[in-house]
Design a protein around this ligand. Structure first.
Ligand SMILES: Cc1cc2nc3c(=O)[nH]c(=O)nc-3n(C[C@H](O)[C@H](O)[C@H](O)COP(=O)(O)OP(=O)(O)OC[C@H]3O[C@@H](n4cnc5c(N)ncnc54)[C@H](O)[C@@H]3O)c2cc1C
Length: 380
């Protein structure tokens, strides 16, 4: 269901999808093992980077593909469809660096992130702070020409594997972001064990008197919300795409099975109750894909796409949750074994429901926009 309209170049979407399918099939056993064990498949990630799928947003002169939001979303959807490892944190890192990074920061980090050599992570959430930044406890204080960072972060994807992390802290009560190389003294990481997206393992990350130079500041002091928003609008569209990819995979595999599975005098898909489930799943995915593509058109035009991206991720969560539940009716007992992908798809969708902008937060934003607008955002 590729509804995207602006290919990077003729045939790129189809070629990329076929290449991602081939890579997923070639490494199926290792990818599955990594998922089970909560292990980052570093070699496969670098192979993906070699195809330009990690440095999608990075300009060619910095070693990237030099493409844009549409291609990033094609890759994100392919990751969900073909069971590959997500390059989402890398994409966010690129956005942060391209939007806010100094020349020096861009030169130091962009090529290494695009090549897959430097793994990037985001240290934002804290044990006591998720959706609301107001209670953020981590701090940075000036000490001579340096900054000294203290605080505890949690749920950090690739926290243990990354060489560079962005840390959100308070500087005199103002939200501010820093880029911290994780091999400096005072950074400690411990793996944690979520149910989904297990190939990008999470970690608790603590910063104890971590000293970084003035050049580690990203953007301005107090500019944390601005840096956060420019990146998260696009990453939420990546989340939407990965959700669509995961749900497409589940629906395709379940339908393939159900149309061949004999039950009584026919097959499972002869039942109207089952056909309606397929129709309901298909239209949920269709709506989510259209909303995602509309958001991409607005993003590609360089306009504010906060409303569209919130709608797209919300509809993709709805579609993902619907599909990942309904497929169990098409599959019966066949689906309830760990050798099958359906348990993992369900868990991945549950993680994407919360991480990087939860369903509730997205709805809050859409409602705020509708209520603030004289036309109710086009309803009137
Ligand atoms: C597997 C995984 C990976 C993650 N990766 C990262 C990462 O790499 N880096 C990072 O910094 N963080 C990461 N996160 C954290 C994630 O972004 C947070 O879980 C998310 O922001 C929500 O915060 P919380 O879980 O603390 O929920 P809370 O903020 O405690 O909220 C609890 C529930 O209340 C709802 N809620 C909150 N506020 C409102 C409101 N105003 N109205 C209605 N409902 C509301 C939320 O949607 C949620 O369902 C990850 C989380 C998971 C589970």
């Amino acid at each position: 269901m590729h509804l995207l309209t602006r290919p990077f170049r003729e045939g790129w979407i189809e070629e990329t999808d076929a290449a991602m399918a081939a890579l997923g099939a070639a490494h199926a056993a290792e990818l599955r093992a990594c998922e089970r064990e909560g292990r980052f498949p570093a070699a496969i990630y670098r192979e993906m980077a070699g195809n330009g799928w990690v440095g999608t947003l990075t300009p060619v002169e910095h070693g990237g593909l030099g493409a844009g939001p549409t291609e990033y979303c094609v890759v994100a959807e392919g990751v969900g469809r073909h069971g590959l490892v997500t390059p989402q944190t890398a994409a966010q890192g690129q956005r942060w660096l391209l939007e806010w990074g100094s020349d020096e920061q861009q030169r130091a980090y962009l090529p290494a992130i695009a090549s897959g050599e430097l793994v990037f992570s985001e240290s934002i959430s804290e044990p006591g702070v998720g959706s609301s930044f107001k209670q953020m406890r981590a701090t940075a204080r000036r000490d001579g020409g340096d900054w000294v960072i203290n605080g505890s972060k949690t749920h950090v994807n690739l926290g243990c594997e990354s060489g560079l992390t962005i840390v959100y802290v308070m500087v005199d009560g103002q939200l501010t972001s820093f880029l911290v190389e994780t091999d400096v003294p005072g950074v400690e990481t411990t793996h944690t064990h979520p149910i989904g997206l297990r190939m990008v393992p999470t970690a608790d990350v603590t910063f104890t008197d971590v000293r970084v130079p003035a050049g580690a500041l990203l953007g301005e002091i107090g500019g944390g919300m601005a840096t956060f928003l420019t990146t998260f609008n696009l990453s939420r569209l990546g989340n939407a795409s990965e959700l669509i990819g995961l749900a497409r995979r589940a629906l395709v595999e379940a339908t393939d099975y159900a149309r061949e599975r004999p039950v009584g005098d026919g097959v499972v898909t002869d039942f109207q109750a089952i056909q309606w489930k397929i129709a309901d799943c298909y239209d949920a995915l269709y709506a989510a894909s259209l909303a995602r593509d509309r958001a991409l058109l607005v993003a590609e035009a360089g306009e504010d796409f906060s409303l569209e991206t919130s709608l797209a991720k919300k509809l993709a969560i709805d579609a993902g949750e619907r599909v990942s539940q309904e497929v169990f009716a098409l599959l019966g007992g066949h689906s309830l074994y760990r050798e099958q992908p359906f348990e993992q798809i369900l868990a991945d969708i549950k993680v994407l429901r919360v991480a990087g902008g939860s369903h509730e937060i997205l709805r809050n934003y859409v409602a705020r926009r509708v209520l603030k607008s004289a036309s109710y955002e086009g309803l009137r």
